[in-house]
Write a new protein. Structure first.
Length: 114
């Protein structure tokens, strides 16, 4: 199982970013996927969840209405579109799949600062 995140960077408050997570080594289309984030000094937080076919999504209250999770099962990729970013969104964002065990990517840093 391999999960590779990309798309992080430095953005000003109010800006947008789209994160991607390319998955391999398992049947992507049969697995729910999740985005987590790790903020400095905080516990890892579930940000968004999407069902295997993409028909069901859930979000943390802190990002609801600003973030959108989606997936392309033909490309084995899950996305996180982040809009109206705030400084408190600064974190390492990690892709997660549960396949008997939790599997994680290496993470991508998102920094929201003026």
């Amino acid at each position: 199982v391999q999960l590779v995140e990309s798309g992080g960077g430095l953005v000003q408050p109010g800006g947008s970013l789209r994160l991607s997570c390319a998955a391999s080594g398992f049947t992507f289309s049969s697995r729910a996927m999740r985005w987590y984030r790790q903020r400095p000094g905080k516990v890892r937080e579930l940000v968004a969840h999407i069902s295997s076919a993409g028909g069901s999504t859930n979000y943390a209250n802190s990002v609801k209405g600003r973030f959108t999770i989606s997936r392309d099962n033909a490309k084995n990729t899950v996305y996180l579109q982040m809009s109206n970013l705030k400084p408190e969104d600064t974190a390492v964002y990690l892709c997660n799949a549960f396949i008997g065990n939790d599997y994680w990517g290496q993470g991508t840093q998102v920094t929201v600062s003026s």
